[in-house]
Design a protein around this ligand. Structure first.
Ligand code: FAD
Length: 322
């Protein structure tokens, strides 16, 4: 039985789902021990109660004006202070932009190993085995960590969170940390064109490729995504052609997504694109070319013109959902 720290993440005042998934991972790794969620921010205490409902046994907050926006110096100093106080046997991060930046820096500082992009955990406690995709998702490896302190990042949408227990409270304490010598100070965050559901955590993704042919061509995809409560994504072909912003790019050099449903429209299925979506639970491909590579990974393939197929799907879904 061991103590596991979980770094919870919030965005615009709401906790990200991956935080609850990381708590579930932490429970397994602790083998019945204690899971301590860590919240960093300028008003971190406000979200502490929800972490208890999702399984955290305790919550440690660090509040400081310099923690309002993420910087690796600021978050690094705060997290190191919590680690020194708590002395955990493992630390779990989301495999997010923040987790990918911060976890290797702290692991290197502590001279311990890190298993990144974990999609599943077998066993519990010291016997826990971490499963992660390798070779762009073509194979999986199983890793066991021998270090005294284990660092893990978990891929969003893979490890199921524990059922929410309303009224289950975690003990909350705050730690005062002096954040100094910041090499970066964030003055302003300008949001890109993306709105609505966060692509990395979306349960449904409707992605378009060069076959969508224009920025306007994405409108029917957005309509379908909105109807299903999902997000719009894109291939690099569509981003290079300036149909959509690069923040929507999925693949080896874009975002990695694992939604319950991935609809690929006008995407050929290049290996670099598959690297970002092939682990989706159900893949539907729409392409005019019956030989398109995307059909090799698709659970359902529709050979046809996406501008006919997408509106038909939208109509059918609307009828079923209304
Ligand atoms: P295309 O390959 O041009 O395919 C368009 C498809 O649309 C075709 O299959 C066509 O049959 C179909 N189509 C056309 N009209 C219609 C219609 N009306 N209805 C239905 N289907 C239609 N790519 C990524 O996506 N993500 C990455 O992260 C990424 N990283 C890369 C990194 C490197 C180092 C390199 C070299 C490449 C990377 N690429 C990446 C690019 C990748 O190799 C492909 O070039 C890109 O994925 C192609 O995009 P596409 O499928 O939209 O376009």
């Amino acid at each position: 039985m061991s103590k596991v720290l979980v770094l919870a993440e919030s965005r615009e005042g709401s906790l990200r789902n991956v935080s609850f998934e990381a708590i579930a991972a932490g429970k397994k790794i602790s083998g019945g021990g204690e899971v301590v969620a860590v919240l960093l921010g300028d008003a971190a205490g406000e979200q502490a109660a929800e972490l208890g409902a999702f399984g955290a046994d305790r919550v440690v907050t660090v509040e400081h004006p310099h923690l309002k926006q993420y910087t690796s110096d600021g978050y690094g100093q705060a997290l190191m202070a919590v680690i020194e106080q708590e002395n955990p046997e493992a630390i779990v991060f989301g495999h997010t932009a923040l987790g990918k930046d911060l976890s290797p820096k702290i692991a290197a500082k502590l001279q311990v190993g890190l298993v990144s992009d974990v999609t599943d955990i077998e066993g519990e406690g010291d016997e826990a085995i971490f499963i992660r995709p390798i070779y762009s998702g073509k194979a999986f490896e199983k890793v066991k960590l021998k270090d005294d302190v284990k660092f893990i990042t978990v891929r969003p949408n893979n490890i199921a969170p524990l059922a929410k227990e309303e009224g289950r409270a975690a003990e909350v304490s705050s730690l005062s940390v002096d954040i100094t010598n910041l090499r970066t100070i964030i003055k302003e965050v300008v949001r890109k064109s993306t709105d609505g559901v966060d692509l990395s955590e979306a349960k449904v993704v409707v992605a378009g490729g060069r076959g969508v042919k224009s920025a306007d061509g994405f409108a029917p995809l957005k309509e379908l995504a909105d109807l299903l409560g999902g997000a719009v994504g894109a291939s690099r072909g569509a981003c290079d052609a300036d149909y959509v912003d690069y923040s929507l790019q999925i693949g080896q050099t874009g975002k990695v997504v694992t939604p319950d449903l991935y609809i690929a429209a006008g995407i050929s299925g290049a290996i670099q694109h598959l690297a970002g979506m092939s682990n989706s639970k159900v893949i539907v491909a729409i392409n005019k070319d019956p030989e398109a590579n995307i059909f090799k990974v698709a659970d359902y393939g529709i050979v046809g013109d996406l501008f006919e197929v997408i509106p038909m799907l939208t109509e059918e879904f609307r009828a079923v959902l209304s």
